[in-house]
Design a binder for this molecule. Structure first.
Ligand SMILES: CC(C)(COP(=O)(O)OP(=O)(O)OC[C@H]1O[C@@H](n2cnc3c(N)ncnc32)[C@H](O)[C@@H]1OP(=O)(O)O)[C@@H](O)C(=O)NCCC(=O)NCCS
Length: 320
């Protein structure tokens, strides 16, 4: 097999996006987004991309990276994709072996992968054969926006307003000079309650801003904030993928003292109304499989579960 694994060059972005899009056709990405998020990674985290070439053609790609929202200097994620017509020819194994060798200088404790769905038999085998064990599950759910009937929920937003809580879009909050600072603080407080495999580590204001309010995926009219007096008490935002017509859901979360008052439901309904008004066919969302409160809301609204995504982990060394 004449396959070479080499480090990434900046002119590889189109090829890498093509490989990922071929391997995950239901989750298309764009060069612009991949480049943007690479250029705006947390400088305190490690990441590196590799490509596999056969006869000058890119046939596979991989990346190791660290998550700023659960940062540990010796814990890593990786992603790996091989063009479907080149799968089953040890290219994935070669990319994986290279990644693991490149990680050795960091003396890694845990390596994770969250890019395999329960219906992706080859990916499941690949990870299990290499000693990875299942750690977490998360459903992607999709709402058929045209089929959604808002009538049963007509009173929800008024009930929230009666508690002195207003729903504002990011655009409507432009006049608030403190907006971004308040949103960053709120986001960090709420994100700590979202299930993830490691303890939450807050991200800096600048990084948060680059990934939300300044990102190429921002939809300022679909970024919804629940406001009580001058306080921001909840959030639900959707963003657009540049390569897909579907709307994607970011964080939906409410401050602890404000939960079970219908605020999240009201925010989600506003988001659905936004999508309906623009003729958007599908809203996608991701929820950890034990997150009953969030799943309960999405189930009630008619979101349909897709095959579950599984996070796998391989423990290389004990932490002690
Ligand atoms: C999930 C979350 C946003 C819900 O916010 P909320 O404002 O409390 O939800 P609502 O009051 O609008 O709930 C509407 C309905 O959802 C369901 N629901 C909400 N919380 C629930 C819970 N703890 N258990 C079961 N059902 C629940 C109920 O059907 C509820 O209606 P009811 O109160 O009349 O019974 C909130 O629990 C939260 O911030 N969790 C932490 C962050 C998080 O995990 N976000 C999701 C990331 S994917």
């Amino acid at each position: 097999m004449n396959v070479q694994i080499r480090p990434f060059r900046t002119d590889d972005y189109p090829g890498i996006v093509e490989v990922f899009n071929a391997a995950y056709p239901d989750y298309p990405g764009s060069v612009e987004e991949m480049r943007y998020y690479d250029e705006h990674r947390d400088p305190n985290t490690q990441f590196e991309r590799f490509v596999a070439e056969r006869d000058g053609q890119m046939v596979g790609t991989s990346i190791y990276w660290q998550a700023p929202w659960m940062f540990h200097p010796r814990k890593f994620f990786f992603e790996l994709a091989v063009r479907p017509e080149h799968q089953g020819q040890s290219i994935g194994s070669a990319l994986y072996d290279r990644l693991m060798a490149e990680l050795q200088p960091f003396d890694p404790l845990v390596v994770r992968n969250g890019n395999v769905r329960e219906d992706m038999a080859r990916g499941l085998h690949f990870l299990r054969d290499r000693g990875f064990e299942e750690e977490m599950r998360g459903w992607e759910s999709r709402l058929d926006v045209a089929a959604f009937v808002p009538t049963p929920y007509a009173a929800v937003e008024a009930a929230v307003r009666a508690q002195g809580i207003e729903i504002r879009t990011l655009r409507e909050l432009e006049g608030d000079a403190d907006r971004n600072r308040l949103l960053h603080a709120l986001h960090m407080e709420l994100e700590a309650d979202v299930p993830q495999p490691e303890p939450f580590t807050p991200v800096s204001f600048d990084l948060w801003a680059e990934h939300t309010v300044n990102s190429p995926n921002l939809l300022p009219d679909a970024f919804l904030v629940a406001v009580h007096g001058g306080d921001y008490v909840g959030i639900s935002h959707m963003w657009s993928s540049l390569a897909s017509p579907d709307l994607q859901t970011g964080l939906t979360a409410i401050k602890r003292d404000y939960r079970r008052r219908g605020i999240a439901l009201a925010l989600k309904l506003r988001g659905i109304a936004y999508a309906k008004a623009r003729g958007i066919a599908t809203i996608r969302t991701w929820n950890e499989s034990n997150n009953r409160p969030m799943l309960a809301i999405n189930e009630r609204l008619g979101y349909r579960k897709q095959p579950v995504w599984i996070t796998f982990a391989k423990v290389l060394k004990d932490e002690t």
